[in-house]
Each structure stands twice: as structure tokens, then as C-alpha cells.
Design a protein around this ligand. Structure first.
Ligand SMILES: Nc1nc2c(ncn2[C@@H]2O[C@H](COP(=O)(O)OP(=O)(O)OP(=O)(O)O)[C@@H](O)[C@H]2O)c(=O)[nH]1
Ligand SMILES: [Zn+2]
Length: 357
């Protein structure tokens, strides 16, 4: 399992050695409705959840996701059983309101769509829809996930001059590697090789049509994603992944590609924000008044930094805008949490009544 990124010391975190009750470590490669595909020392096999997953106190984010390391009760003649999920070192979640019949109370809050990745490749196309705010938002989400963001500015072959866009991203994406690439000419691909280490896992973020599938294929050196040719004029593309999956490339690198990633929003961004805008956070700490609104107070470090040019006005505006959005998703999380509590209460009440009937 080492080649899949499993660290044996993870065993300790789960409170017992993996083999103690006949279980072995495995990694989830596909998630379907009730069925999982996992890879273990016995190769790839189907697995279902052990009954304990359906108890009431299990949270929706406790369910296995693509990339999860799990303890597997291996069955060579049928479906194996997933007994437990290892703690995750990184994860992407999205709010899930799907309301599954049987376990609806649990599925309201948060659904993990990818886990245990090392790098988050954020793709933005140089030729269409170039939007610095969107890139910063993805960076924020990436920091928050526990992975390391890398920005890929794609389709360099389609533009004459990308220096302005590159400068803008480098200036604002502080502490993040930015690489200009073209899958067509191969520009920048060698620069990415430092992330392409065996046993590491990479996820791809970016709007539809920016070239994610094409880049996966270029890095894999083989066609593993079907790329639909699109009309360049409207930048729309579709590809054929319908379920969530983890793919092992020939070079030992794993890629997670899930439809859920494509809908990734601003779920839980507060922590990531402070990393993306660490400079602003630091300035705020230097204001004379702790409740400074950075509008007109004397001794305001933000205003002063804007004045002397060390902080650009547009970066500060981006920060305010993203902060506003983060606040909104926080409120939404609080709302969903209270809804979940309410659902739990009702559930308990119903069961009580059923018993007394
Ligand atoms: N000229 C040029 N075209 C590219 C490059 N990379 C991708 N394309 C084209 O851009 C279109 C979209 O590429 P995809 O790889 O399908 O994009 P995607 O991000 O996977 O799109 P979704 O599957 O919709 O999320 C295709 O027509 C590709 O051929 C590049 O480096 N240069
Ligand atoms: Zn201030």
C-alpha cells in the first residue's frame, strides 16, 4: 500500500494495528451509490460498508470518499467490507442536501468528495475568462483543504503575451507556485515534474474547458481521460467522468477526478482565507485600534500600506469580497447544522413513539 501513499504509522492513529482483527489497509478508488471500489494488497475489489456506518451518530463526513485509506475486511469470494476510515490529511467537501431516505439526517451537512491528496492543481485558461478572483478563491479553498496549491495557467499557445496575467497572479498568489503551461506544445510540463512523485496524489480544480482532462493526459503520457473537442469560441467542454475516481498513472502518481470537485464552492473557507491573505491579516494586527474598520481611523496599517503602495487597493478589495462570501457560507453551515440537530430530535421522538405504540 506504500505505493498508494499509505503510511503504516497511520495505524496508530486508528487505535489498533491494521491486521489485528483480520483487517488490511486499502485505498478507495471509486464511490458509487452503495458500492465502493478499493485497492489493497490483493488488488482491486468491490466493498460495502459495515453496518456500524449506519448508526445514528455517524456523521456524513465519516463515510468513505475517493482517496480515503480504510480498514478492509477482505473477502476473496464476494464483496469485502469497509470497517473504518483512517483520519484524513486533506479533504475537499461540499454541502450535501441530497436527503437520502434511510440516513437523511446524516447526509445533510457535509460530503467529502476527495481525500488524502498532496497537491491541488488549480487550472485557469489564459485565453478565455481569465479571472484573478476565481483563482484566489480556488487557492483559498485549496489551503483550507490541507493540500498544497499550484496554479497552472493553461493554453499558453493560444495567447501572444501572457506576461501581464502571470505578473498579476504571482503578485497576488503569495507563496504559491505559478506555472505557465501548454498541453499542446509541452511548455511548462517539465516544471511540474517536481510534483509528480510516485505515491503522491494530485487533484485538479478549475472551470469547465480550462483543459483539466487534457493536462491529466499530458502528464500521464497516455489518454486516460476522454477530451471532447469543444468550440474554442465559447470555452465549453464536457468529458465523460460520471463517477468519482482515483487513477494510478504509470509513473506512480495518482490523480483524483470527481464530478463533485467540479461543483466545489466556498464551503468552509475561513482558514484558507487567512493563508491567502496572510499579509493583510498581519497589517490588520498592526492597526492602532483593535476594532479598526480601516476606513478613516488614525494609525490604520491597511490605509497606510495602500497609501505607500505596499498593498494594492485591488488586493484589499479582493480580500473584502472573499471575506464576504466566506461569511455567507459560514452562515449557511450554521443553518445546516441547526437543521441537522432538528432532524435528529425529530428522529429520536419518532422512535420513542414507535416504541411506546
Ligand atoms: N490550444 C490548446 N488547447 C487546449 C489545451 N489544453 C486543452 N485544450 C483544449 O481545450 C478544450 C477543453 O479541454 P478539456 O481538457 O476537456 O478541459 P476540462 O477542463 O477537462 O473541461 P471539463 O471536462 O468540462 O471540466 C479541448 O478542446 C482541448 O483540446 C492547450 O494547452 N492548448
Ligand atoms: Zn485599520
Amino acid at each position: 500500500m506504500k505505493s498508494y501513499g499509505f503510511v503504516p504509522s497511520d495505524d496508530r492513529e486508528i487505535g489498533k494495528t491494521a491486521t489485528a482483527d483480520g483487517c488490511i489497509p486499502a485505498r478507495v478508488t471509486e464511490v458509487h451509490r452503495e458500492l465502493y471500489k478499493v485497492i489493497s494488497m490483493h488488488g482491486e475489489c468491490n466493498a460495502r460498508l459495515k453496518g456500524t456506518f449506519y448508526k445514528e451518530d455517524i456523521k456524513s463526513d465519516d463515510f468513505p470518499a475517493v482517496g480515503d485509506f480504510v480498514l478492509l475486511k477482505y473477502n476473496e469470494s464476494g464483496d469485502s467490507q469497509i470497517a473504518k476510515v483512517y483520519p484524513r490529511k486533506s479533504k475537499f467537501s461540499r454541502p450535501d442536501n441530497s436527503g437520502h431516505n434511510v440516513r437523511y439526517v446524516k447526509t445533510v451537512l457535509e460530503q467529502v468528495v476527495a481525500a488524502n491528496f498532496d497537491y491541488v492543481f488549480i487550472l485557469a485558461s489564459l485565453n478565455h475568462d481569465f479571472n484573478i478572483n476565481r483563482i484566489l478563491r480556488y487557492i483559498t479553498v485549496a489551503w483550507e483543504s490541507g493540500g498544497t496549491p499550484v496554479v497552472l495557467l493553461t493554453k499558453a499557445d493560444l495567447v501572444h503575451d501572457f506576461s501581464e496575467q502571470l505578473r498579476m497572479v504571482q503578485e497576488q498568489a503569495i507563496g504559491v507556485d505559478v506555472v505557465v503551461v501548454s498541453a499542446l506544445t509541452g511548455l511548462g510540463l517539465s516544471e511540474l515534474s517536481k510534483y509528480m512523485k510516485p505515491a503522491s496524489t494530485i487533484v485538479f480544480l478549475g472551470s469547465s474547458g480550462v483543459g483539466k482532462s487534457t493536462m491529466v493526459n499530458a502528464l500521464a503520457g497516455e489518454e486516460i481521460m476522454t477530451v471532447n473537442t469543444i468550440r474554442e469560441d465559447d470555452s465549453k467542454g464536457r468529458h465523460t467522468t460520471t463517477h468519482r475516481q482515483l487513477i494510478m498513472l504509470k509513473n506512480g502518481v495518482m490523480i483524483i477526478d470527481t464530478p463533485g470537485m467540479r461543483e466545489l464552492g466556498m464551503w468552509e473557507v475561513q482558514d484558507g482565507l487567512s493563508e491567502t491573505f496572510a499579509d493583510i491579516k498581519e497589517l490588520i494586527g498592526q492597526c492602532r485600534f483593535s476594532d479598526c474598520s480601516h476606513n478613516n481611523e488614525p494609525g490604520c496599517a491597511i490605509l497606510q500600506a495602500i497609501e505607500n503602495g505596499t498593498l494594492s487597493r485591488s488586493r484589499y478589495r479582493n480580500y473584502l469580497r472573499l471575506k464576504g462570501e466566506a461569511k455567507f457560507t459560514e452562515d449557511k453551515a450554521a443553518y445546516l447544522r441547526s437543521k441537522k440537530e432538528f432532524g435528529k430530535k425529530i428522529n429520536k421522538e419518532l422512535r420513542k413513539r414507535r416504541i411506546s405504540l
